[in-house]
Design a protein around this ligand. Sequence first.
Ligand SMILES: Cc1cc2nc3c(=O)[nH]c(=O)nc-3n(C[C@H](O)[C@H](O)[C@H](O)COP(=O)(O)OP(=O)(O)OC[C@H]3O[C@@H](n4cnc5c(N)ncnc54)[C@H](O)[C@@H]3O)c2cc1C
Length: 345
Amino acid sequence: MPSDDRRPQIVIVGGGFCGAALALHLVRIAERPLAITVIEPAAELGRGIAYAGSDPVHRINIPAARMAVFRDAPDDFHRFAERIGAFASDPEGLQPNGDFYARRRLFGDYVGALLAEAVAARPHIRLAHVQAQAVGWRDGKALLDDGRLIDADALAIATGNPRPALPAAIAALAGDSRVVADPWVENATAFGRDARVLVLGTGLTMADAVATLITRGHRGAITAISRHGLRQRRKRPGPYRPEVDFAALPGDTALALLRSARQAVREAETAGGSWEDVIEALRLQGRAIWQRLRRSTTSSSSRSTEDNSSSAPGMSRGSTARRMCSPSPGAPEGEGRPRPKRSIT
Ligand SMILES: Cc1cc2nc3c(=O)[nH]c(=O)nc-3n(C[C@H](O)[C@H](O)[C@H](O)COP(=O)(O)OP(=O)(O)OC[C@H]3O[C@@H](n4cnc5c(N)ncnc54)[C@H](O)[C@@H]3O)c2cc1C
């Protein structure tokens, strides 16, 4: 598909959080006419797997005030939730300390709304959503699964992680109607209420699946298994707050960071705290630490959304970029994710 005008054309493959955030930042910063095409099979941009589901018990596992799209307005999502009345309509998400653990779908609503607003305000930018799957790259064009070719001066790949699939050891079970390979398909776990359910894995996806079952009134036994047999623990507020500025310590390698963290754990334990307090401090400083780590380590780890946006305008004709991003840089999943209210046998 040749571009219909001479404006530069940026093609973004994948319109989940990172693809939509990149498009948003491009729309906001581009001063000259620009055409942005997002290739995304889903009907809406900004959702991906994480923020598409409609199950109200699936919540973001960190407070809304830390889900940042804009570096200079880190609490924008929190204010959006308040503005549209989510605190009142979803009081379960609001904690006594004012933190709001939003339903995941709300974050997708937010990103989609930001994008729509930005496009409406910047008529010199043309944003197109092509609902298809990109399957290749040919002569400076993105090849789609329906055979179309999309011209690209620059290509950004924001395809996220692949959808869940059966592990090789049980691949032979594919096709059995009792086996759910991808729990994120809508109503994937709509079994009979008395069904005995075996969940492989005891992490956050298990917690989401079990929360869904319990909310639907499931009565049958649910057994979750994993190699270590451990479940996520609720975050407990530590009595000790390590005041270590990890990004300011000497050394810019992962090994130096590990040594500093171990030292901080020893100090925390001497002061009556625990290793968890140190990990919490590390997590909160994730962005600063990441930016300081030596460049050679950056290819396989996550980058902030802003980093994606700033790299794109500099891409040369036909160039490709692949960076990973997150709305909560430095925040591993686990914190604050609601857990099932019933014990699992
Ligand atoms: C279930 C779940 C819950 C999560 N919960 C949290 C949370 O509570 N807090 C938090 O901070 N993070 C959470 N995360 C992490 C979150 O997914 C990431 O922070 C963020 O969504 C990653 O964005 P992404 O754009 O890289 O990937 P995605 O949002 O997954 O987007 C990738 C997109 O690429 C599209 N795509 C893939 N291949 C192609 C192709 N060939 N052609 C065209 N399009 C393609 C897909 O359709 C998809 O829309 C969660 C993740 C999951 C899976």
